[in-house]
Design a protein around this ligand. Structure first.
Ligand SMILES: [Fe+2]
Length: 390
């Protein structure tokens, strides 16, 4: 246990089937009179937004938008357009309904709506926001990023091919609404990629240098839920109980890594994502076992505990063996998910050129998440790891 640690998770979490069309009373309590609704084009077409907007209007609250011009990997220009739209229409609160990109766009736009300025120049990095933001309700439609409860947002700087991180206590959403019904029609491959992101959050939070007893007690139960619900949530589209468990797991893992941070898998995924535009969860899917093997020399004890949670072999006692088995089990899950929904197993399959691995290794070492990895993130060794993943 570290000598000093602290824990704070200010987001109110609400869970319930159908809750996404029954939460307007919460907006009143937050003093919202004109709510900007942010989502993406696919969700705009899906018919999910109308009942949400209708239920808000029925409670006498003006709905601005929906603003749906949010790309899969949100960009600085999308954030600016969203913020300009909100300011022009005098929004005094935000409702973000979507996956990680939508939620992160809403969080980043909220900085500009509340304080103005230039997102990349004035706010990139940690603890850069001068004061509280407008109230924000985050409604995830994937069980993955945990952005609904974190103080982080990641936005692509398209010009520089770099993912910018924003990390500040004021970025915590006011409320997270977890509604399993929103995952009813999620494609299995997206369920798998986003669920893997949550899985990676839980594992990296658990082994992070900044992990603490509170974050551990969220990370391991998240892994336990994922072990039970992940495969059914992907292979049984109508299994809303499994999807609800995955939502809960993603939120638990989100709170865990919000406090403990993540590590080398995310450092490599961010560096790859800046160049290839591949889905963040898919990159974590490819990189997780490689990152775990990189950390094996220093994380043996924790991986052995993880193996017990994954229930690899309850009779086995030897820590070294257990630790290695945890990675083996994860590789088995990978193969299964690759078979079921064709998630790629290699970096070469997501548009990463071998010539770029050196640059990716360099960027991974510079990524903020590297500093929390239990083993020093060293460029030559990371390059070897990336070669193996390629
Ligand atoms: Fe992630």
């Amino acid at each position: 246990m570290p000598d000093f640690w602290q824990f704070s998770s200010p987001t109110k979490v609400m869970f319930g089937k159908g809750l996404s069309i029954d939460f307007a009373v919460e907006l009143e309590a937050l003093g919202i009179t004109s709510a900007l609704l942010i989502s993406d084009a696919n969700l705009g077409k899906s018919g999910l937004l109308k009942p949400v907007a209708d239920s808000i209007r029925e409670n006498g609250i003006k709905v601005i938008g929906p603003f749906t011009d949010v790309p899969a990997n949100s960009s600085l220009s999308a954030v600016k357009a969203c913020a300009d739209f909100a300011v022009k229409n005098n929004a005094d609160g935000i409702i973000a309904l979507g996956g990680g990109s939508v939620l992160d766009t809403a969080k980043a736009a909220n900085i500009l709506i509340s304080h103005g300025g230039d997102l990349a120049k004035d706010y990139s990095g940690a603890q850069t926001i001068p004061g509280p933001l407008k109230p924000l309700i985050a409604i995830p439609t994937t069980a993955g990023t945990g952005s609904e409860v974190t103080q982080a947002a990641v936005i692509l700087d398209t010009e520089r091919g770099t993912k910018l991180s924003f990390y500040d206590q004021y970025l915590h959403p006011s409320i997270a609404i977890l509604d399993p019904l929103l995952l009813k029609d999620i494609p299995p491959s997206l369920m798998a990629a986003t669920g893997w992101d949550a899985f990676t959050h839980a594992i990296e939070a658990y082994t992070s240098l900044q992990s603490n007893p509170f974050s551990d007690e969220l990370a391991l139960p998240a892994v336990r839920l994922i072990k039970e619900a992940f495969i059914p949530a992907v292979t049984e589209p109508k299994n809303l109980d499994a999807k609800g468990q995955m939502l809960l797991a993603a939120t638990l893992a989100g709170i865990a890594f919000d406090q403990a941070m993540v590590g080398v898998v995310h450092a490599m995924a961010h560096a790859c994502g800046g160049l290839s535009r591949a889905h963040h969860g898919t990159l974590n899917f490819i990189l997780l076992p490689h990152g775990m093997e990189y950390n094996m020399p220093v994380a043996l004890e924790k991986y052995a505990t993880l193996a017990k949670v994954l229930h690899v072999n309850p009779k086995l006692k030897k820590k070294k063996k257990l630790a290695h088995l945890s990675v083996k089990v994860i590789r088995k899950w990978q193969k299964k998910l690759h078979k079921v929904c064709n998630l790629p197993l290699k970096l070469r399959d997501v548009g990463i050129a071998r010539d770029n691995l050196g640059l990716i290794a360099k960027k991974a070492c510079e990524d903020g998440t590297s500093f929390y990895n239990p083993r020093e993130v060293e460029e030559t060794e990371i390059l070897k790891t990336l070669e193996r993943a390629w």
